[in-house]
Design a protein around this ligand. Structure first.
Ligand SMILES: NC(=O)c1ccc[n+]([C@@H]2O[C@H](COP(=O)([O-])OP(=O)(O)OC[C@H]3O[C@@H](n4cnc5c(N)ncnc54)[C@H](OP(=O)(O)O)[C@@H]3O)[C@@H](O)[C@H]2O)c1
Length: 335
């Protein structure tokens, strides 16, 4: 290997603004230790919410002090192998999902944390871990059943479009929200039963008029007033999964004054549960295998947003793009 140095994106300081918090640094490529692999990253998944919250110091379960590495999932190729590693070969396509491994051109990582896949494509990267999150959130937290009404918000996004398909595959009637005709087209192609473009229709009105018995399972990625509308429209024994609250990531948290949420939940025996992938690790391997099988047997489609983000320097723009709400499918950066 002729290359000696590589670049990565780090948080140099905590800052409300992602662009002001980060910088690119160049460092030398280290040799893998006995149980490690050296991987050349080809694509990294962009998780703008998590990145921004980390750079603000607002992720309570990690307490990082700058400087720290950024990015989570990446897919690439093995370029060097430690002497004790048996299960990998140079050239293998691999995925890593450790925090700090995403926004960098190369990484040295413990071989036990690496998953071998058929090819290093952005589609496979979207399934692992974004698709895994959708599956585990629906099944383990949302207790997804069949013949129910399921609502997915931000349904044409990276996480949402997988959730829509999984809820359909389980035999449910699926409603998806989005903000444009291009996204509605994607959702139609994925078999979504009722698409609500919230710029042209009022979400609350549609749900009240067309679903008077309420929604059985809600997969909410958006938060704020969308979350309020979701709670209001839960069915008896309905389940709302808080997958994220992207409407708040770009701004400071909104202070609200209203009746406590149990007033709404109690009379319907409904529930609201948070979902955070790191707390459901035991389900990852099975979910990953099932998703790859669905993908390779053409039962699940993967949408990758076509906007090209090339190189470490494009990551702040990719994060900003995600917050602009324009993306259709998963946002990735290429190296
Ligand atoms: N809990 C976990 O472990 C976990 C794991 C993965 C992802 N997530 C969460 O899942 C959600 C989706 O993440 P993603 O990476 O897949 O992103 P994404 O859905 O691909 O992109 C974000 C989408 O959110 C929608 N959106 C709605 N209101 C918005 C607003 N006010 N500002 C910006 N966007 C808005 C936009 O689409 P429309 O406006 O067209 O709907 C936008 O395209 C996020 O909340 C993320 O934090 C959570």
């Amino acid at each position: 290997m002729n290359v000696t140095n590589y670049r990565k994106l780090i948080a140099k300081q905590l800052n409300q603004d992602f662009k002001s918090a980060v910088e690119i640094v160049e460092i030398s490529i280290s040799k893998p230790a006995a149980n490690e692999l050296l991987i050349k990253n080809k694509f990294a998944g962009v998780n703008g919410g998590f990145d921004t919250l980390l750079c603000r110091g607002d992720v309570p379960y990690v307490n990082l002090i700058p400087p720290f590495d950024l990015g989570v999932e990446a897919i690439g190729k093995v370029v060097a192998i430690g002497e004790n590693v048996k299960d990998f070969q140079i050239g293998d396509a691999v995925i890593t999902t450790a925090r700090g491994g995403g926004y960098r051109e190369y990484q040295v990582v413990d071989a036990n944390l690496v998953v071998k896949v058929r090819e290093a494509t952005p589609e496979v990267l979207t399934l692992i871990p974004t698709g895994v999150s959708a599956l585990v959130a629906l099944e383990q937290v949302g207790e997804m059943k069949s013949n129910e009404v399921v609502l997915v918000t931000a349904a044409a996004g990276g996480t949402g479009h997988i959730a829509v398909q999984l809820a359909k595959l389980a035999g449910n009637h699926v409603i998806g929200t989005c903000s444009s005709e291009a996204k509605a087209k994607l959702l139609r192609e994925l078999g979504c039963d009722r698409i609500i473009n919230y710029r042209t229709e009022n979400l609350n009105q549609v749900l009240k008029q067309e679903y008077p018995n309420g929604i059985n399972l809600i997969f909410d990625c958006v938060g704020k007033t969308v979350f309020d509308t979701c709670v209001e429209n839960l069915a008896v024994r309905g389940r709302l999964v808080v997958v994220g609250f992207i409407s708040e990531y770009a701004n400071n948290v909104e202070q609200i004054t209203q009746a406590r949420i149990y007033h709404q939940l109690f009379w319907k025996a409904a529930s609201v549960k948070g979902f955070l992938m790191p707390h459901y690790k035991e389900h990852i391997a099975e979910a990953r295998d099932r998703l790859l099988n669905l993908f390779y047997t053409d039962k699940l489609k993967v949408a990758v947003d076509p906007t090209q983000f090339q190189g470490i320097e494009s990551i702040p723009d990719a994060v900003e793009y995600l917050f602009s709400g324009q993306n259709c499918g998963k946002v990735v950066t290429r190296f």
